[in-house]
Design a protein around this ligand. Structure first.
Ligand SMILES: [Zn+2]
Length: 249
């Protein structure tokens, strides 16, 4: 792996009084774990750059089997728990998604770009946090081998009907004439279009759409269901998020 790379701290664990083991989503090398010694002291030059949700330029050194952070120059820091609890909770969920999907070297930069942009828009507050959550969930699925097939009805090939039905178990859609499964989730045109946009648009246009707040919340429920079903996971950070947004649980 490279000894110098940019990356986002997605997890931190205290070790003793002064040290930490941090997990970093890097640009080139997937997920990397590295020891950062002395960083809990405010005097440490690496203290800010090794904090959770810091996007930093890292230099590593190998010591035996362990990787150590020799330098961490912060480029940008996103949210702390004191500043905005909702944004912090969603960003922590994004971190857990990274750890669960664990992008390998090749997918690393695409993954990082997605998370950094989502954190940026979450920070900017120009869009519904539910929309950003849905975009992140569905796009992560799409780039990680869990891409749903939203092009047309799985049975007859119809492109649209007033309502389509999403099978969150295998990622297919059905038109209203072909849908036979009561568990499939109804999608009005707005939700279907939003999901297609998230999955198929080029990255440059990924965030350039909006939906009414109510649709954003509905979309977020659907993408969350898809992610949790596909990964067979109970995300701890989602449980926390649901305590803040119980209406979205
Ligand atoms: Zn059909």
């Amino acid at each position: 792996m490279k000894t110098v790379t940019d990356g986002l701290v997605i997890k931190e664990m205290s070790i003793g009084e002064a040290d930490k083991l941090i997990t970093i989503l890097t640009k080139d090398d997937g997920i990397v774990k590295a020891y950062a010694s002395g960083v809990k002291s405010i005097k440490s030059k690496r203290s800010v750059g090794t904090t959770l949700l810091s996007y930093s330029n890292f230099s590593f050194s190998q010591k035996g089997n362990n990787l150590r952070v020799s330098e961490a120059t912060p480029i940008k820091h996103f949210f702390s728990v004191d500043s905005d609890i909702e944004a912090f909770a969603i960003s922590q969920y994004f971190c857990e998604l990274c750890a669960v999907f664990e992008p390998h070297e090749k997918a690393s930069s695409e993954f990082l770009r997605l998370i950094l942009n989502s954190l940026h828009f979450l920070n900017e507050k120009s869009k519904s946090p539910f929309l950003i959550k849905a975009i992140t969930e569905l796009r992560i699925a799409a780039i990680s081998g869990y891409c749903p097939n939203l092009v047309a009805c799985e049975a007859c090939g119809a492109y649209e009907s007033d309502v389509m039905y999403f099978n969150y178990r295998d990622g297919s859609v059905f038109c209203k004439d072909c849908n036979k499964d009561g568990e499939n989730i109804p999608l009005g045109i707005t939700l279907l279009k939003a999901m297609r946009h998230i999955v198929y648009s080029p990255f440059e246009r990924l965030y350039s759409f909006s939906v009414p707040d109510e649709a954003a919340r509905a979309l977020s429920k659907i993408t969350e269901r898809y992610i949790t079903y596909q990964t067979e996971r109970n995300f701890k950070t989602l449980e926390f998020l649901h305590t803040i947004y119980p209406e979205n649980g």
